[in-house]
Design a protein around this ligand. Structure first.
Ligand code: PAF
Length: 285
């Protein structure tokens, strides 16, 4: 496995692979890889001849008040995970390599990017769409892999790929959880022992909501209230949003009808965590 840091190195490698007719899977990440990322890399290795993992903490998706500086980084550890899971190349560029200092082109989306995290983090998806488009243009993958923990991001990327005619298949992969239910996230490292315990409330509340949907409750506001009440019972938790939207369109719904995404963003202390579940026509997926 190779670690490369420039666009031209990736292009050179990709050119050779394409000449030999090999298929390429891309796993875009911001590094500090955990079991969730490992599952994406594993799947990409199974489904493609070659796998590129990008490892880049993308500054354009962080607002100035957010955790860009403190976001955890550990490229040596990431390299071990990538190697173990069968990646062929890690693309680990600097910010200067990824962005021209006078860059003025960004990918802006309306629709699926506007609700949920788009409300609390107004520039976030512009940064995500821009960097992911750049990665698609650099790595020319056949398939790209994203986790369902960032379900809105998955919907946004799928919409972008459709709207901009990227010839890439987007594969959404299931949320990977700790044994006690906490969704794996690079940001879990910020949690103190007490906060780590308190963070379990997200999964607990969502599980209750999911059961309600599966038992036939169709009122989004009844389900949202139940989820919110459970989260609010935890003193260390502060709700950013509890929302139910259509999936993958990410439009607010009043009645559970068709495929829905129930998503929460909750501060546990200073750490903002997200989690969700998706049901299809009131049934488990
Ligand atoms: O999900 C992430 O880690 C990031 O948003 C992504 C897709 C790698 C873009 O920076």
């Amino acid at each position: 496995m190779k670690i490369v840091s420039t666009v031209s190195e990736v292009r050179e490698i990709v050119k050779e692979w394409k000449k030999s007719g090999l298929t390429i899977g891309l796993v875009p990440t911001m590094g500090y890889l955990h079991e969730g990322h490992a599952s994406l890399i594993r799947r990409a290795s199974k489904e493609n001849d070659r796998v590129i993992v990008s490892d880049f903490v993308n500054p354009t998706q962080f607002a100035p008040t957010e955790d860009l500086e403190s976001y955890p980084r550990d490229i040596e550890r990431d390299a071990k995970v990538c190697e173990q899971e069968g990646a062929d190349v890690i693309f680990h560029p600097t910010t200067e390599e990824m962005y021209f200092p006078n860059a003025t082109t960004f990918v802006n989306m309306t629709g699926p990017s506007e609700e949920l995290c788009g409300k609390s983090r107004p520039i976030h998806f512009r940064g995500v769409c821009t960097v992911v488009s750049k990665l698609f243009n650099i790595a020319s993958p056949d398939k790209a892999y994203f986790g369902q923990k960032d379900a809105q991001q998955l919907a946004v990327i799928k919409r972008m790929v459709r709207d901009l005619n990227f010839d890439i298949e987007i594969i959404g992969c299931p949320i990977v959880r700790e044994a006690d239910g906490l969704a794996r996230s690079s940001r879990n490292v910020y949690l103190s022992k007490d906060e780590r315990q308190a963070a379990l409330i997200l999964h607990k509340a969502l599980e209750e909501g999911r059961k309600m949907v599966l038992c036939g409750e169709t009122s989004a506001s009844v389900i949202k209230k139940s989820i919110s009440d459970i989260i609010e019972s935890e003193p260390l938790a502060k709700i950013d949003y509890v929302e139910i939207v259509s999936f993958p369109d990410v439009e607010k719904v009043e009645d559970i009808d068709g495929d829905i995404l129930a998503a929460v963003a909750v501060y546990i202390g200073k750490t903002r965590l997200i989690d969700n579940f998706i049901t299809e026509n009131g049934k488990e997926i």
